[in-house]
Design a protein around this ligand. Structure first.
Ligand code: ATP
Length: 292
């Protein structure tokens, strides 16, 4: 095999709480992660060349993204080539569909696709647990992206517990035309006490009971208080989605993407048609919850 194509799925958070700050500066989190059908496509090819330094070439359809070491795919490839003594060069083509710096783990999921892609391309037979350990070194969301589906994420994001799948509800995403830096959102969160913690245990229990209504009534994201100060459209979109019939609507991750989960395809289509007419600056996407 000399080429492999992977779908790299986006994620949203059905709940996000920050429970502490460790001495090393990392935040302790408690998050409910959920994969979306929305995905980038990552194609890996062997170039056939033997290289002394890792021969990693990246192409991407979005000029805003770096193609050098700053790209998380580069970091993932470099790690795999050096850990398993591969001297052959590879090329990685990334077709982005997931908005960048959006709270949808776009970079992390591409990196996860490179880890599994290289494992398959070179028939390395590396176990998932070992890939997870590599992923953790690249970014806190990479281990979840390797796993996919629905999961509780604790610790600094590395402690994952798989949860029963949520139904494949249709989802609308709105990504305002403002990029948000995850690091700066966490930094600002540290400057003020968290007043209301979302009921993550309640969300998890409702998922385990197979009661989506209990999930939607408890969804919450502590990072929204910070991001909403700068990106004031976030609460506006959230309320509009709810008014248009979303069962639940919230900001994902550090934002600024807002998602709305709808009960039927028709409800999502109707809401899409109305939202499309808004003069908001940003990107509206129709997708769905996804389980692997
Ligand atoms: P998270 O939800 O994990 O916080 P995010 O969706 O907010 O992630 P990303 O889309 O992963 O953010 O992008 C964050 C930064 O990572 C951007 O500044 C971008 O330049 C960089 N980056 C590096 N590699 C990639 C990649 N393959 N795709 C997207 N962003 C990447």
């Amino acid at each position: 095999m000399c080429e492999i194509k992977k779908n790299a799925y986006a994620k949203i958070n059905l709940g996000l709480d920050v429970t502490g700050l460790r001495e090393d500066g990392y935040h302790e989190v408690k998050m409910v992660m959920q994969s979306l059908l929305l995905h980038d496509t990552v194609t890996l090819r062997k170039t056939g060349e033997q290289e002394e330094t890792p021969g990693i070439r990246i192409t991407v359809n979005d000029p805003a993204l770096p193609t050098d070491r700053r790209n998380l795919c580069y970091k993932a490839a470099e790690r795999m080539l050096s850990a398993y003594g591969i001297s052959e060069g590879i090329s990685i083509d990334i077709r982005k569909e997931i908005p960048i710096a959006a709270g949808l783990a776009g970079g992390s999921t591409d990196a996860a696709a490179v880890l599994t892609g290289i494992n398959e391309l070179f028939s390395l037979g590396v176990a998932e647990e070992e890939l997870m350990a590599h992923g953790k070194q690249i970014g806190a969301d990479v281990p979840f992206c390797l796993m996919g589906g629905t999961a509780l994420s604790e610790g600094i994001g590395e402690k994952l517990t798989a949860l029963p799948a949520m139904p494949a509800y249709p989802v609308l995403l709105f990504k305002p035309d403002t990029d948000v830096s995850t690091a700066s959102v966490y930094k600002r969160l540290d400057e003020k006490p968290i007043e209301v913690h979302p009921d993550i245990d309640g969300v998890v229990a409702a998922i385990r009971r197979g009661e989506p209504a209990g999930v939607f009534s408890r969804m919450g994201n502590v990072l929204a208080t910070v991001t909403e100060e700068d990106v004031t459209i976030v609460p506006v979109v959230k309320e509009k989605m709810k008014a248009l019939g979303a069962l639940g609507a919230m900001m994902s991750g550090s934002g600024p993407t807002v998602f709305g989960i709808f009960g039927t395809e028709k409800a999502a289509d109707d809401a899409y048609a109305v939202l499309k007419k808004e003069k908001w600056k940003g990107r509206l996407i129709r997708t769905a919850l996804f389980h692997v």
